[in-house]
Design a protein around this ligand. Structure first.
Ligand code: HSE
Length: 425
């Protein structure tokens, strides 16, 4: 059997995990590894520093290499490097969700034209097998719904806020100390990472190109200890949910935002850095995939899995077009709806004057805007004579809710809208 020759771009946490796992395969040779700094001290067993380069083009232009493994992340220079690799007829295995979300169409088109394959199991939910199952054994299904926790860092922060009644800032600091959150946590806490993963996941699930720019995105930075406490009292946990659904008229609703998730819902039970994806499809029904969404070894499981799948298919001499189902072929653009046109149940937290008729004012404004209140709760009186009021609504249109908020904030009796979150039962 022919040895598969690979080049790795990136030797951080994931790259090191991939390097270590590949040591167990005598029929796969790592020809070169591209790193930012060759001289950085590295304590990696069996690593021959002679194969390191600080020029990734030495990998993509190397005639010996069959497969380029990109685990460096980011868009620049990854997009140019991978385009060059594809033009040089190299197959690609990547964990780069941002690159696929932003340049997927372009890269897959180029790959088709050059008869090479791009595999990316590690790009969505690290170690959880989700891309290959959707593209292979689930391809008889029409998937209509995704509800998922796709970011471990934010799930860890929200779990600690709930378990230990911590503020967002304290929980973030602990996540940074433990290495979950980066020094600049924006990518995770503002929902970008989850949105990139959702763009990739919903494109292959719904078989239509999802535009990352049209995915509504909200992070977890505005969630307070008080929101977590109120949610708990009402029977909910707060989670950063990545969701997608095909509506009856064929339009697609894709978004990432925090939600109050009923304690009875499976996703409410997914704690710490774990990821989970619920899919609804016909004929399969509901499926749940749960596991580690990050980390060296789980992510290496997906990357090396892709490499072995490629290897097995490339060695099959009677198969000139390996993995036909894994090739991305979405020509049609999704008709993505605006957040204003979505329907949700809502949690609304308000600071109001402690004066007669305030609950009536809230009720009247909600009623005027077609919002039916299902729960309203006053949570005592603050020392400055304001009252914390929490409202849960029945299913309402987002634009109606935004109109109601604008009216509420103009009322002399309302000091502040503390938070508006959507609810999943
Ligand atoms: N930072 C991500 C997370 C993992 O916290 O889940 C890589 O996408």
């Amino acid at each position: 059997m022919k040895k598969l020759k690979v080049g790795i771009i990136g030797l951080g946490t994931v790259g090191t995990g991939v390097f270590n796992v590949l040591q167990e395969y005598n029929d796969i040779e790592i020809v070169k590894i591209a790193v930012k700094n060759i001289n950085k001290p590295r304590n990696i067993k069996n690593l021959n520093s002679n194969i390191l380069t600080d020029n990734a083009f030495e990998i993509v232009n190397n005639h010996e290499i069959d497969v380029v493994i990109e685990v460096a992340g980011g868009v620049n220079p990854a997009v140019d490097i991978l385009k060059a690799a594809i033009l040089n007829k190299k197959h690609i295995v990547t964990a780069n969700k941002e690159l696929l979300a932003k340049y997927g169409s372009e890269l897959f088109k180029l790959a088709r034209e050059n008869n090479v394959i791009i595999l990316y199991e590690a790009a969505v939910a690290g170690g959880i097998p989700i891309i290959m199952p959707i593209k292979t054994i689930l391809c008889a299904n029409k998937i209509t719904k995704i509800a998922a926790i796709l970011n471990g860092t934010t799930n860890y922060i929200l779990t600690k806020m709930a378990e230990k009644e911590l503020s967002y800032e304290t929980a973030l600091k602990q996540a940074q100390e433990l290495g979950y959150a980066e020094t600049d946590p924006t990518g995770d806490v503002e929902g970008f990472d989850a949105a990139y993963k959702l763009a990739v996941l919903s494109t292959i699930s719904f078989n239509k190109k999802i535009d990352i720019k049209k995915i509504y995105r909200e992070g977890i930075t505005k969630i307070t200890a008080q929101d977590i406490k109120s949610a708990k009292e009402l029977g909910y946990r707060i989670k950063l949910i990545a969701m997608g659904q095909v509506l009856e008229d064929g339009k697609i609703d894709v978004r990432v935002h925090p939600m109050l998730v009923s304690k009875k819902h499976l996703l409410a039970k997914i704690d710490n850095a774990t990821n989970s994806i619920m899919l609804t499809g016909y004929p399969v029904g509901n499926l749940v995939f749960t596991g580690a969404g990050a980390g060296a070894e789980p992510t290496a499981s997906s990357v090396v899995g892709d490499i072995l799948v490629l290897k097995a298919n490339l060695n099959a001499s009677d198969n000139p077009n390996p993995l036909p189902q894994a090739i991305c072929n979405h020509n049609e653009r999704a008709n993505q709806i605006d957040i204003g046109d979505t329907y949700n149940e809502y949690y609304l937290s308000i600071t109001a004057s402690n004066s007669p008729g305030v609950i009536g004012i809230i009720g009247t404004i909600c009623g005027k805007n077609n919002i039916n209140i299902s729960t309203i709760m006053q949570k005592g009186i603050n020392t400055d004579n304001t009252a914390e009021i929490v409202v849960i609504t029945e299913k309402s249109k987002e634009s109606d809710v935004q109109n109601a908020l604008n009216e509420l904030i103009k009322s002399d009796s309302i000091q502040k809208i503390d938070n508006l979150l959507r609810v999943m039962n």
